[in-house]
Design a protein around this ligand. Structure first.
Ligand SMILES: [Zn+2]
Length: 118
């Protein structure tokens, strides 16, 4: 699909695309996909952060594997209070009404991006 270069971020997510405001587009619907989850595996060789994006319309799912050092992945695990799985914060979600409805139908909360307001 696309090659993405990742950077470390001071956040429980651990990593983000280097390119600011990168759009990951669904190959079926040609709309923005949304980050669905991040799962870190400190015990893997090499340790990884597995991140997934999902299309809010057709539910197409794309997984990316980010390799990093064991020290860093364990640090991210501490930021998450020992939970290796997490959903991204609501601010990365959507203001688009159709996408929000689809997200709610899939069982997400806060898909209307309420916490985008600062
Ligand atoms: Zn789609």
């Amino acid at each position: 699909m696309i090659g993405i270069t990742w950077k470390r971020i001071e956040d429980r997510l651990g990593h983000a695309p280097i390119e600011e405001n990168l759009k990951i587009i669904c190959p079926n619907c040609k709309i923005d996909m949304l980050q669905r989850n991040s799962i870190i595996w400190p015990g893997n060789t090499p340790p990884i952060n597995e991140v997934g994006w999902k299309c809010p319309r057709c539910a197409y799912y794309k997984k990316f594997i980010i390799e990093d050092t064991r020290e860093y992945i364990e640090e991210v695990l501490k930021r998450r209070d020992g939970h290796n799985w997490m959903m991204p914060p609501l601010r990365t979600w959507t203001d688009d009404d159709e996408a929000a409805l689809q997200l709610e139908a899939l069982g997400y909360f806060g898909g209307r991006g309420k916490d985008k307001e600062k």
